[in-house]
Design a protein around this ligand. Structure first.
Ligand code: 0L1
Ligand code: MG
Length: 256
């Protein structure tokens, strides 16, 4: 039996991102399952690497109940981050570069000495050099921000851009820090790092396990986005967005 056209699906998703044009979902029509969807994601990210982008990290998606409920998918997923997706802290993104961008407050880890493939993290402070507040900008390439699990995996888990705030040494506890997402000085979302798999440190074990299943090894020096602590909010032109994480500080971006 002939399987789904991995390269063709990656090309459609890549073009949708490059032209900021939504496309219909693809998985049901092409018979894409989750494993094949990760193969599409690999081809989609390779397309970026072929034009000179560099892999700089990994992101976890749908690590909170709020996020799962928001999009109707209930499995933790992962995607890849490239250097071109990184926006400096306090920097500006142009909303016109995206289809229907949303922002969400996250916790980022700066990776250090990681365990061998298949092994869990023994000491979090060996594996993670520093932590930071972060904002992820997600932009599903599918019309109406609606997708199935294989669709969103193929679409590199809606990864589009991210901001990392100042790095700090790993604090004693990361499992119940207050999180705010502010838009134009008003609180848009309130949460806790507990929403990220009960403790964002768990996201690293999940990332190592799930990415390892597809032969992807995390690297020292990479950024790891552990997941959002709240639902995502639409990003409008002119907005000033701040993610505030207790003990860690603030990451911010502006939208043009
Ligand atoms: O980072 C995320 O949690 C997003 C994962 C993909 C689902 C979405 O686009 O909301
Ligand atoms: Mg996210």
């Amino acid at each position: 039996m002939i399987g789904p056209d991995i390269a063709g699906i990656a090309e459609k998703l890549g073009t949708a991102a490059d032209t900021a044009t939504a496309i219909p979902q693809l998985a049901a029509e092409t018979g894409l399952d989750v494993d094949a969807a990760y193969a599409v994601q690999t081809a989609l990210v390779q397309r970026r690497l072929d034009r000179g982008e560099r892999l700089v990290g990994l992101k976890m998606g749908l690590t909170s109940k709020a996020k799962m409920a928001q999009v109707g998918v209930d499995e933790v997923i992962w995607g890849r981050l490239t250097d071109v997706m990184r926006v400096p802290d306090g920097g500006t993104v142009d909303v016109a570069d995206f289809i229907h961008p949303r922002v969400e407050p996250e916790v980022a880890f700066l990776l250090d000495r990681l365990p061998e493939p298949g092994e869990p993290v023994a000491a979090f402070t060996d594996a993670v050099r520093a932590v930071a507040p972060a904002i992820e900008l997600i932009d599903s390439r599918y019309a109406n921000f609606t997708f199935s699990l294989p669709d969103v995996v193929a679409d590199n888990t809606s990864a589009a851009a991210f901001v990392v705030g100042p790095w700090s040494p790993v604090p004693d506890g990361l499992d119940n820090l207050g999180v705010l997402l502010e838009v134009d000085g008003r609180v848009a979302q309130v949460g806790s790092t507990a929403a990220i798999l009960g403790d964002p440190r768990r996201a690293l074990d999940e990332g190592l396990r799930l990415a390892g299943r597809h032969g992807v090894r995390l690297r020292a020096g990479w950024v790891f986005l552990a997941g959002a602590a709240t639902a995502a909010v639409p990003l409008r032109p002119g907005a000033h967005v701040r993610a505030v994480v207790e003990k860690l500080g603030t990451a911010s971006l502006k939208a043009a």
